[in-house]
Design a protein around this ligand. Sequence first.
Ligand SMILES: *Cc1c(COP(=O)(O)O)cnc(C)c1O
Length: 430
Amino acid sequence: MQPTFNFSAEDLAFDKYNVWHPYTSLTNPLPTYPVIATSGVKLKLADGRELIDGMSSWWTAIHGYNVPEINQAVRDQMEKMSHVMFGGITHRSAIDLCKKLVEIAPEGLEKVFLADSGSVSIEVAMKMAVQYRHAKGQPKRNKFMTIRGGYHGDTSGAMSVCDPHRGMHCLFSDFLPQHFFTARPQRRFEEGCPDEDFAELEQFFKVNANKCTAFILEPIMQGAGGMWLYSPDYLSKIRDLCDDYDLLLIADEIATAFGRTGKLFACEHAGISPDILCVGKALTGGYLTQAATLTTQHVAKTICSGEAGVFMHGPTYMGNPLACAAANKNLELLLNSNWQGRVAGIERQLKQELPPLADAHSVRDVRVLGAIGVLEMKKTVNVPDAQKFFVENGVWIRPFRNLIYMMPPYVIKENELGKLTKAIANYLHH
Ligand SMILES: *Cc1c(COP(=O)(O)O)cnc(C)c1O
């Protein structure tokens, strides 16, 4: 790890009152922990303490931190070219990345748009769906269908399809476009869906599909909307209904892609391909912000045959070479590793160590899939208290609402993962 250096009280006061952190107040600020270095599965705090990381920095750092191969790939790229505009120019790292994504993505997804963040990749997906419908001469079909409990990002289009109650809809409802929501899938990942489950869903399509261009959802795992793991049968049914009602299916795999659920893409649990796929988070292994939206030849061709003749989006930092280089090395490391074995190992251990915690009266539900372990509590967690407790126990776990969960790096060792689950057990009984 790097040598330590200190933060003055003044630095930390400035951070508290002048620097926005995600979803925070500047007048009633919560504690932040200064991190000075990261390595392997550990975060090193300014006071010298080391924490085992259970979050992979919001599910990005699948190989852990300070990965020599990715460091080198980014350094090599920087020596050649850090950035160049993508309009009218192309480069090796972008071509390699797009080729790799097409190769590994579910079948039929062969056109790649490189976006700067997960939220932007969702905006791009939604604009693709709108332009597609416009080009088909059905411009009035410009709404979206989705399920409650979803989370698709913080930009306007993405917010408009987030959970309408617990999400940001109430506050922004006059500003956001209105879309169509149905119940979140009720059956758990391990369960099948009997036919009678689908009566309401079929009705939902019957009533609303003619006003909509696409159905958007997170396959198998709803992430920041509630860490809910649902039946693959539900996803298959959505694919069928989208086909029956001529809707595009947008799969938001920003949280799930690249092995997190035990498959490279969560869509594989149901054996389906979406018409549009969004990936982000783990794409660069936690190095640089980069996401991608993939679509089919059919959708791309239709969009480009429309009035505009082009797809109307193009961020300044599109295809950033440093981010592409990090992503290329990250995917190479992943695909050349025994990631299936590692994720299965994490799943096995979580399935042993988490379910006994359900005995605590404060716990409502325990869910495990792949390298994801979730405790749903009966009450909202006091996040600053919990975080302090976890830091004192040598781990980094950041709960939200009533959820305490782990999405550790795939390289985490058995004893390190054991420390994470032990810290949660201690928290439940403290
Ligand atoms: C994190 C996330 C997003 C938003 O990605 P950002 O990079 O934070 O903009 C969208 N959808 C899902 C499922 C996510 O987990």
